[in-house]
Design a protein around this ligand. Structure first.
Ligand code: ATP
Ligand code: MG
Length: 290
């Protein structure tokens, strides 16, 4: 499988702490790769480095054969990387539909040619288009709306009856669904999901598993961070395990589950996970199932 994403020696230090320590990771087109590891292992930091929210101290990120190390988040989004956040990020005052349309517009901005190379001209042109609304713009908007509605429909009755509701009025689980819908509106080549089921109950988690499975079946390439190992084992083509910033294991789900180093990492940190879970409302990592 050709590598869509190729991370080599990626490193990020915060003072004396090496949060991501010389990590190598590849994701092939169509693959679902999970990144697991105890709290503080460096999973989210790794996502931040790949999606341009943070810059590495060392190493490289290649995407579709191009070195994209240190690119801005916006440029990477335009290139086809979309992500969701561990603690969920939606535009609280926008409706469900508008939240998803933001994703679609991000994509359009990236493909529209820049005008004249003169700063400000592109923004002015955007404003003029918005005010005048020539027929091609109206058609484009209608197409985007249809696309957004089709994405929202993936989440069935959870979101479809609520397209006009402001995001702040939604349940926590629904806000997380909206965030994923917005990421999908980017038509990402690579979708990065940071704990998409955090804070969800058992049936919501099972629903999310089916949605991720459906995305995978459609050929969506996914890099997934998840503490719920049962879900990871069911969905992943490959699992990468981080501990203290280092990759300590990688392989097929079954092999990783039975890897002594992985069991040790999880059991050794379980108390830390529980404390964090109680105090910060985080999902605690489950022990590796026997
Ligand atoms: N901006 C920052 N400044 C200083 N330290 C940071 C920063 N971001 C992360 N860290 C530290 O880096 C380490 C890795 O954090 P990270 O959030 O990547 O872990 P994680 O694997 O995502 O954990 P969790 O499962 O709890 O989400 C932690 O020790 C964390 O405290
Ligand atoms: Mg995290």
């Amino acid at each position: 499988m050709p590598s869509l994403l190729e991370i080599t020696g990626l490193t990020r230090r915060f003072g004396g702490l090496t949060a991501v320590d010389a990590v190598d990771l590849q994701v092939g087109a169509g693959e679902l790769v999970s990144v697991i590891g105890p709290n503080g292992a460096g999973k989210t930091t790794l996502f931040n480095l790949v999606t341009g929210l943070d810059r590495p101290d060392g190493g490289t990120v290649q995407f579709e054969g191009q070195d994209v190390t240190g690119w801005s988040a916006e440029k990477l989004a335009g290139r086809g990387l979309a992500r969701t956040f561990q603690h969920g990020r939606v535009f609280a005052n926008l409706s469900v539909l508008d939240n998803v349309l933001v994703g679609a517009h991000t994509r359009l901005r990236a493909v529209r040619p820049r005008m004249g190379g003169v700063p400000g001209i592109a923004a002015l042109a955007e404003l003029a288009l918005a005010l005048v609304q020539p027929p091609h713009v109206t058609r484009e908007e209608a197409k985007l709306r249809d696309e957004a509605l089709a994405i929202i429909a993936l989440f069935g009755e959870r979101l479809a009856p609520r397209i006009d509701h402001p995001a702040y009025s939604l349940s926590y689980a629904n806000r997380r669904r909206v965030e994923i819908a917005r990421a999908l509106a980017l038509q990402p080549r690579l979708l990065l999901l940071d704990e998409p089921t955090a804070g969800m109950n058992e049936s919501e988690t099972a629903e999310m598993l089916e949605i991720i499975r459906a995305l995978k079946t459609r050929g969506q390439t996914i890099l997934l961070i998840e503490h719920k190992l049962d879900l990871v084992m069911q969905l992943s083509d490959r699992v990468v395990v981080l501990d203290n910033g280092r990759k300590i294991a990688e392989g097929l789900p079954d092999a990783v589950r039975n890897d002594p180093a992985v069991i040790e990492a999880y059991l050794g940190h379980r108390h830390v996970g529980e404390v964090k879970g109680e105090t910060e409302g985080e999902t605690k990592p489950e022990a590796v199932p026997a």
